[in-house]
Write a protein that binds this ligand. Structure first.
Ligand SMILES: [Zn+2]
Length: 165
């Protein structure tokens, strides 16, 4: 995820995150895919290349022996903290209630270059929930096997806000 930041600076970029839930309270992100060729990159917004993302989801799912599924989306914020925008919250709610997405507890990972550093926050809003929750992130450098393109992050629910200004 973090490696992608430089490629599109100073416009936002993103992709999808995949992996698996360990328990209701713990999720492992094994892969963060890159933006597709038709994605829209702007200073304050990122518009995904949906067709590309669906192909990536299918690829990762197959390569993982059908173990790593779609968990949610990730995108960058430039010169802003990793908190969710109104649009981000709307997107999260839409994913949660979209049966085709098969992610009733979708994640929204935001990577923010802000205040001289890079911050990541993982947000989650189960369908029907009243508020968005944030997760504590633990990064394992060499956690999962075959992918050379991303690190794995084990994420445990923590009601304390993570990485917020
Ligand atoms: Zn955002």
């Amino acid at each position: 995820m973090l490696l992608d930041l430089g490629h599109h600076d100073p416009t936002e970029t993103g992709g999808v995150v995949m992996g698996y839930w360990v328990t209701d309270l713990e999720v492992v992100i094994t892969e963060a895919t890159s933006a597709g060729p038709r994605a829209g990159h702007r200073g304050d917004a990122y518009e995904p290349d949906v067709e590309h993302d669906l192909q990536e989801i299918a690829r990762v799912y197959a390569e993982s022996g059908r173990r790593h599924t779609y968990l949610g989306d990730w995108h960058t914020h430039l010169a802003a903290g990793p908190g969710l925008s109104r649009r981000d919250r709307k997107t999260l709610r839409a994913i949660a209630t979209d049966k085709g997405a098969r992610a009733p507890v979708p994640l929204m990972v935001v990577v923010a270059s802000w205040d001289g550093g890079v911050f990541a926050a993982v947000w989650c809003r189960p369908a029907g929930a009243r508020r968005t929750r944030s997760f504590r992130i633990k990064v394992f450098e060499h956690a999962m096997g075959s992918s050379t393109r991303s690190r794995s992050a084990t994420v445990a629910i923590d009601d304390a806000v993570v990485g917020r200004p």
